[in-house]
Design a binder for this molecule. Sequence first.
Ligand code: ATP
Length: 665
Amino acid sequence: MPSLPIASAAVDDSASKKSKRKLKAVAAEAEVAPVSLSKKEKKEKKRKVKEPSSFDEEEKSSTSSEEPAPAAKKAKKDRKKKKAEAGEENDDGELTASGDEDPADPNALTNFRISEPLRQSLKSKGIKALFPIQANTFDLVLDGHDLVGRARTGQGKTLAFVLPLLESLVNGAHKASRRTDYGRLPSVLVLLPTRELAKQVNTDFAFYGATFGLTSCCVYGGSDYRSQELAIRKGVDIVVGTPGRVKDFVEKGTLNFKSLKFRVLDEADEMLNMGFVDDVELILGKVEDVTKVQTLLFSATIPDWVKKLSMKFLKAGKKTVDLVGDEKLKASASVRHLALPCNRAARAQVIPDVIRCYSRGGRTIIFTETKESASELSSLISGSRALHGDVVQAQREVILAGFRSGKFLVLVATNVAARGLDINDVQLIIQCEPPRDVEAYIHRSGRTGRAGNTGVAVMLFEPRYKFSVNRIERESGVKFEHISAPQPTDVAQSAGTEAAEAIASVSDSVIPVFRQQAEQLLKSSSLSAADLLAKALAKAVGYTDIKKRSLLSSMENHTTLLLQTGQPVYAAGYVIFTLKRFMPEDRLADVKGITLTADGVGAVFDVPSAEVEDYIQGAKNTMTTIEEVTQLPPLQENDQPRGGNNGGGRILILELVYCCIWAPV
Ligand SMILES: Nc1ncnc2c1ncn2[C@@H]1O[C@H](COP(=O)(O)OP(=O)(O)OP(=O)(O)O)[C@@H](O)[C@H]1O
C-alpha cells in the first residue's frame, strides 16, 4: 500500500483571508477537477443565487393576513431600489451575491438593521454582505416571526439566526426587558444534534454576542456538569446545547425558561435520527407561555418529522424561507459529485490515491457507516485520525481541534461529523459506501464546497450494490460522474509535482554528503539517471510500488476484461459457461463481479492480472472475443439487488436456463 504523506504545514486559517476567498467565490459554481486536470478546475462560473421563491402553500395562506412590519417593509423597499439602481436584478428577480464591499449591493450589511458594533465584528471576519438565506430571513426574525429556514449546506444558516437574534435582544423588541444582572435567566435556547456542532454554534454566539456584552454557554454530554451548571446559575443570555444535557438541566431545575425569548432548532431532522425526539419535545414543551417565545427552525433537509414539529411548536403565522424548495438538486451545487466502484477489501489501498488525486492538498473527511470501520480505516491510512461516538469527549475535542488547525489533514468519521461542521479548506469528502438515507448524503457531501467555495465528494460503492447509487441520485437530484480508481498514471501526475517540490526544497548542503552514494548507484544500476531519479521522486512522496487496479472493483492486481460473443448476453451464468469452453473450470472461481454491458451484447468481469493473457489467448480460436478494457463501457443497472423482485428473479431463471443449455458442452 502506498503511504500517504501528510503535509505538516499548518493551513492558513486567517479569517480575513478565508472570507475574502469565500466572498469572491460566493456566487461561483465551479467546475472542479482533480489536480491532474488543473486547468479545468481553475475555471469558475458565476452562479446566480435565487431569492426565496417559495413560501409553501400552508404558509402562504397562514401569513397572507400578516403584513411585514413597516420597518421591514421600508428596508426591503430600499434594498429593491438599490438593487434596481445597481442593475443587479434580472427579469426573474434573481440577485447575484457579489460579496464585495459595495454599498450598491442589496445584501450589503448597511442595508440591514445591523448596528454599528455588530457590523464591525462581522467586518473583522471579512463579512461585508449577507448571504441569501440571511438576507431573506433577517427582517422576518427581527420583526418577531416564527420561521422555518432552509438552504443548502454551507450557505450560512448559522448567522441567519445569530445576527437577527442578537439585534433583537439588544436593539429590537426585547431591548427594554434586557437584564444584565447576576443570575439572570437565559433569553435564548439553541438545540443542536451533536456536541461538536453545539460548540461551533456557541463559538459564533460568543464572538458576536460579546460585541453587546451578551454571554453564552454551551451544554453537552460527556463533559463536566459542574462548570456548565455554574455558568447557567451565574446568569447567561444564550444557552446552546444538545438535547440530552439540556433535558438533564431542565429536569434538575437548573435551566428555567421563564425569561426565554427565542428557541432555535438547528439540524432538527438529525435530532430525530439520533433518537432525541422525546427529549426535544419535552424541552420545547417546558415553555409555559409560548406566545412570548419566538421559535426558529433551520436545516438543509426538512423531512416529515420536522414539518410535524414545526406545526406543533411554531405559531400558526410562521414564515418559511425555503431556498431549496422543489428544485431537483437538494445537495450543494458547488460540489462535484463522483461515484467510484470499489470493493470493501480495496478501500484502504484506493482511498490514499483518491486523496492524492482529488484533495488538492487540502483537508479530507472520510465517512464510514460504523465506529468500528472508522477506527479500522484510520489505522490503515497513515496520518489520519478517527472521530466517532466511542471516542471520549475530551479526545473528540482534541481531534477536531487538530483537524481544524491543520495538524493532520485526514479525518475518518461517522455521522458525528456529518452535520453542520464548518471546517476551513475541506476539499474532499469520501463516503465509503452509499448512506442509507439521502439526507446523510446531502449533509456529508456538504462538508466541502461551503460558502461559495468548491469541493469534491467521492462516494465508493460495491459494484453489486450499484442500485444504491441510483437511489441517492434519484432522491438528491445529484448527477454522479462515474469514475474509476486512480490508475498509476493519475497518481504519477498528481504526486509528480508534489515530489518535484519536495526535492526542490531539499538544501544543497546534502549534496556533498550523498553524492558519493548517488554516483555509486548510477554506476551499479542498469537504470538510466532519469529512471533512478523517477524512483527517488516516487520515494519522496511515499511510493515504493504502484499497482494497477481493476476498473470494475478497484482491486489491486486485478484487471477488468470485456467479453463479447456476437450475440445477446442475458445473464452472468452465460458468461461463466462461455468461459468454461476454453478455461479450466477451477480457474473460474477467480472471475469476479460479472456485469452485463448496457448494449446487451457483452459483459465485463475481473480476473487476476497475471491470468489476463490466458483468457485472451484462450478465446482466440472461439467465437468469443476477450479484451482488456481501459475505460469501463456503460453497464446495465439493476435497480434491485440480485434475487430481488424485479430483474433479479428473471436473471436467476435465465442463469438456470443457460446452465441447462450449456452444461453438456
Ligand atoms: N455573509 C457571509 N459572508 C461570508 N461568509 C459567510 C457569511 N455567512 C456565513 N459565512 C461563512 O459561511 C460558512 C458556512 O456557514 P454555516 O456553517 O452557517 O452554513 P450552513 O448553511 O449552516 O451549513 P450546514 O447546512 O452544513 O450546517 C461559515 O464559514 C461562515 O463563516
